[in-house]
Design a protein around this ligand. Structure first.
Ligand SMILES: Nc1ncnc2c1ncn2[C@@H]1O[C@H](COP(=O)(O)OP(=O)(O)OP(=O)(O)O)[C@@H](O)[C@H]1O
Ligand code: NI
Length: 380
């Protein structure tokens, strides 16, 4: 899903006054933010938690989220189907940030909607997506999802914060309502709690009485993040949280998100911005034509040995600051996916073996001919 771009978005983006305020007061110590927090917000504290943690699949504590065989397809008129997510499998450990990357239309947002129980009527699902406490997000009923999951166990940082916020109410009133709903705080404590919630996401208190349309893109994103954090959900899901922001704001937004991934919280960040993924992710999952085709440690993926899947390698090589070479051809239609590997038609390494769907290892590429495989597994 790509959020609608409205005239209001453009107006906000050029709202110099609000932007200047955002720049001037991101984490002002004078507003009650501790120096350490202010420091953390501005200094990109990219802590490599993967080194301290056992691999997600072998962790002794149950993963915050465990996805197995997750598929989503949409029934279309005339009996056709769109396979938006096919057989996704991954774990997400506490303290970990997994970036789900891939080109527009590959199924990232549909996967997120499945995890929130927000799929439309014409969706059919298979598989499981189990939270640490055993709730399966795919089979939970709407009452459970509404009362105990959304906001409380899964916090959503939306793709288009401006559209996600209620336009006719101030940020303060939206924070207070969510606090009342999720934490039970009542007046007279509510006002203070609202200000504390804003502060957690570095939303400047001086802007609390503004309406969403009076906020810059960066501040709207902070307001939406503040709302997502209120329920202290162990799983944060951010779908393209940096859409429409300039580079500096992208960096700051992802750094702030990273700051909220504490010891007992995990973040699934969906993005097609590979630089943002590199900046905050511990692991990367690459999606192509509805399937996760590679899962790798972010350091290995963005550094050495680099991506193993030819598509993932192509994605990186297409970046302007790398080789700037686009992948030839187009992804297949999700309503007419080929048998075997969906990337084979565009892949110079493809041969007969690629007529069968390659398995996805716990870490590595779903590919019959992964890049650099020869280096790691020399034949005798
Ligand atoms: N309700 C629906 N009915 C039919 N097809 C749908 C529906 N919702 C999404 N799709 C299709 O599912 C596919 C995956 O869409 P999705 O929004 O997950 O892509 P994405 O990877 O998030 O892309 P983007 O980067 O543009 O946000 C697309 O082909 C889309 O057209
Ligand atoms: Ni999307």
């Amino acid at each position: 899903m790509t959020g609608p771009t409205t005239g209001a978005d453009a107006a906000r983006a050029t709202d110099a006054a609000a932007e200047a305020a955002a720049e001037a007061a991101p984490t002002p110590a004078a507003e009650g933010t501790t120096e350490a927090e202010a420091e953390a917000a501005s200094a990109a504290p990219r802590v490599s938690v993967t080194e301290a943690l056992p691999a997600a699949d072998t962790a002794s504590a149950p993963p915050v989220l465990s996805v197995r065989g997750l598929s989503v397809r949409f029934r279309m008129r005339g009996g056709a189907h769109v396979a938006a997510v096919t057989d996704a499998r991954f774990d997400l450990a506490a303290g970990e940030c997994l970036a789900l990357v891939g080109e527009s239309g590959c199924g990232k947002s549909v996967l997120a909607s499945a995890l929130l129980g927000l799929l439309p009527e014409n969706a059919e699902t298979a598989g499981s997506a189990v939270l640490g406490d055993g709730i399966d997000l795919l089979t939970a009923d709407e009452r459970t999802l509404a009362r105990t999951v959304r906001g409380r166990r899964v916090g959503l940082v939306p793709q288009s914060p401006a559209a996600h916020l209620t336009p006719v109410r101030t940020v303060r009133s939206q924070l207070e309502e969510t606090l009342r709903e999720l934490t039970g705080v009542r007046r007279p404590e509510l006002r203070k709690a609202g200000e504390a919630a804003a502060q957690r996401a570095a939303f400047p208190p001086g802007h609390l009485d503004r309406y969403p349309h009076e906020l810059s893109g960066g501040l709207a994103q902070r307001a939406a993040t503040a709302l997502a954090l209120i329920g202290d959900a162990p799983l944060l899901l951010a779908d393209e949280p940096t859409t429409g922001l300039d580079r500096e704001l992208v960096d700051r937004t992802v750094d702030e998100l990273r700051r909220h991934v504490g010891d007992d919280r995990a973040l699934l960040m969906i993005t097609h911005d590979l630089a943002a993924a590199e900046r905050i992710a511990d692991r990367v999952a690459v999606m192509y034509a509805s399937r996760i085709v590679e899962i790798a440690d972010a350091a290995d993926f963005f550094g050495e040995p680099g991506p193993r899947h030819p598509y993932a390698r192509g994605l990186l090589d297409a970046l302007p600051d790398r080789e700037f070479t686009p992948i030839p051809g187009m992804p297949p239609e999700l309503s007419a996916l080929p048998g075997g590997c969906a990337f084979a038609a565009r892949c110079e390494r493809a041969d007969e073996a690629c007529g069968a769907v390659p398995a996805l290892p716990t870490s590595g590429a779903a590919c019959h001919h992964p890049v650099a495989a020869a280096l790691e597994a020399p034949r005798a």
